[in-house]
Design a protein around this ligand. Sequence first.
Ligand code: HEM
Length: 434
Amino acid sequence: MLLQVGSTPTLVVSSLEMAEEILKTQAVVFANRPPMSNTKKLFYGATDIGFSPYGPYWSQLRKFCVHELLSAKRVRSIRYISEEEVAITVDTISHSCKVGDSVNMTDLLHTLTNNLISRVALGKIYQDKDDVNSKLWKLVREVGVLSITASVEDYFPSLGWIDKLTGLDGRMKRVSKELDAFLDLVIEDHLTSNKDDRSQANQENFVDLLLQAHKDSTFNISLTRDNIKAIILGILTGATGITANTMECAMVELISKPTMIRKAQEEVRKVVGKKSMVQEGDILQMNYLKSIVKETLRLHCPPLLVPRESIEDTIVKGYHIPAKTKVLINAWAINRDPKLWDKPEEFIPERYSNSSTDFKGEVLQTLAFGAGQRGCPGSLFALASIELTLATLLYWFDWELAGNARKEGIDITEVSKRSIQKNHLYLLPNFHFS
Ligand code: HEM
């Protein structure tokens, strides 16, 4: 479907066949991101990885990201951080169990992923008496919302002044200013702290790696201080909320299906046995858990992928698509297409049990993470963290809905479309091992 939105031709792709053409067959033609005034203002001229235009700068950055920041080797080497953060979450839940309290799963899972990404990207959790940490994540959430907020300037360039009147511009300036001060503090902290004093773990964080790339030419990438701030902000914004939301949606699906949660717990408990923690090798044997994560991503990933833009005129399945057409992949429709899925609206992890394709496979299997040149480079890391967290929660505790939700049930669509946390998910945990 081609829409003319203001001065921007916008192609909405709602079939797998067309999505494959764009993400795979003509991957380079559609490897650009449309210029958006909000992302330019929020991400230092759109110089982060996700929003920078296709070209030599993005290409260098992407290589650095895939080979250095988020390579399979790095994901393995930072696994212990996920394990430590998940253990802290288990401690918090255990305390609630002892006193018979419910837990706010929304908060708990967001804190878990925020802390995890802080340690991986920044080397530590920035906490002090002024509670910098929670302010940081509030601002990061606001950046996430602002970066997908439509600005009048993008569609009607001559009416850009309206964004000032609506307060959008002012909001962006305020958020950017506060975050800029924080990112400066982080960079100074890394530049001045003595490397020898730091553990090996802390030397491996993204800020240090980017500063190293900035200083020497080992990685053949030229970065300014603002570029580093943009990249870090892009990772904080793109990595946390979506990962926590996937975990939360999986818990909501399971909690409302007693047979399914029991089946998942039986698998996890059988594989882990009497060990006190879930290990990497264990997850490899948890096929049902992996199917639950796949099914959660099918039904609850964001409805539209991050927009793309055509670099040049092209023909897609007989249709002429002009250069600079904005392309929206409608993952929601493809993931519910009855031609592709049996009972598409239902949550059925068993649908994958006969399938040999995994997340590295076809476009359909990876759709939540996009594909091709601009596909998500954090998918390995995200999946590893989601699987470890869910397996651990299912191993240690039995779960039920708490409070009003016990009577009224919970509306999963409210959870999956939530961009700012409103209705929190409360669950009552019980120790499985007394
Ligand atoms: C469940 C979790 C996640 C989902 C569903 C997800 C999804 C996506 C999607 C749909 C895209 C756009 C892909 C495209 O245009 O084809 C993307 C891009 C990106 N993601 Fe993720 N993501 C997740 C977690 C993460 C994590 C944990 C990180 C980093 C630690 C990350 C880093 C990025 C980056 C840097 C890009 C931009 C890539 C580029 O434009 O070259 N993501 N992600």
